[in-house]
Design a protein around this ligand. Sequence first.
Ligand SMILES: Cc1cc2nc3c(=O)[nH]c(=O)nc-3n(C[C@H](O)[C@H](O)[C@H](O)COP(=O)(O)OP(=O)(O)OC[C@H]3O[C@@H](n4cnc5c(N)ncnc54)[C@H](O)[C@@H]3O)c2cc1C
Length: 336
Amino acid sequence: MKPFEWMNATSVAEAVSALRSSPAPADIDDAPRPIAGGQDLLTTMKEYITRPTRVVNLKGIRGLNKIESDGKGGLRVGALVTLSQLEEDAMVQKIFPGLAEAAHSVGTPQIRHLGTVGGNLCQRPRCWYFRLEEVVCLKKGGSECYAATGENKYHAIFGGGPSYIVHPSDLAPMLVALGASVSVVGPAARRTIALDKFFTLPADGNLRRENVLQNDEIITDVIVPASKFAGNSTYLKFKERDSMDFAMSAVAAAVAMGPSKTVADARIVLGGVAPIPWRVAKAEAALVGKTMSTDLLASVAKIALQGAEPLAKNGYKIPLTQTLVRRALAKVGGVA
Ligand SMILES: Cc1cc2nc3c(=O)[nH]c(=O)nc-3n(C[C@H](O)[C@H](O)[C@H](O)COP(=O)(O)OP(=O)(O)OC[C@H]3O[C@@H](n4cnc5c(N)ncnc54)[C@H](O)[C@@H]3O)c2cc1C
């Protein structure tokens, strides 16, 4: 690990100011970084993937560890709320059951006790080429994504190229399905970014990053609005090791039911299959106005995977994800 300066921030303004670096760092991954639970940042520092000159501890900032009702059926979740707090919160379980399930699906109890909501959304990809110190892949400023033709069992089937990472966060697909946004503070004014605009595809954004945050910006809160489908939401995840693992594929689904089992509105967002949470709007549209049935779900699951472009070793993700889509929708749609 490269030597670094440690700074305990006591306010958001202090943290943002400490994240500013002058002169600009030689490389984006040499810039000062915020730390919350530290589970991901410290791992990347030990592997020299990030080499911050200064680490700014957010845990001493008051007020960012609360889950509060907005008084209108929605929630404001502080960035320092832990994943355990989120999964165990009675309001979250009642109003946003899919969010409690997504938090519960992360790692182990120890990981959930330490890991924070902000850190979970901003964690770096798990791609084994990216995580290996010796490999200078595209995301580390190199010229090649080794997963494109190499060991790509865990990589993207949607939205890949030129890098084929998948986003590792379990909270992200569910929060996108729930129409959540993040409140962000930087040197300029506070801004609110809808989570479906927060994550960036390698081809569209900065290839070295997975979201639109600037180095001197931090997430302070996640805003989850009231919605007609939130109470009927679920998160299903398939992992290789049952004890704990990242998603090989996951589905966040939320459905508002109308009369006689018809679907009034739906959200379906896939995890573990793309560099960003992958919303499948065509599949959502195929549900709306229809009566829930096993046949409908089979056809919607096929639509959800249309356009997938598997690599040499991850074609299995198509039938796997179709199954998860069917099961998630059957659960929220009350289909036996
Ligand atoms: C063994 C293991 C298994 C895991 N399994 C899963 C899993 O199944 N599913 C899953 O989703 N995750 C999983 N994780 C990831 C874990 O949940 C995240 O690492 C954790 O949530 C990160 O939170 P943290 O608070 O420790 O973040 P940190 O390590 O402190 O930070 C992570 C990143 O986010 C940045 N950051 C932190 N807080 C903020 C903020 N408020 N604003 C802006 N940037 C910020 C940091 O600079 C850093 O780049 C696993 C991790 C481990 C070690």
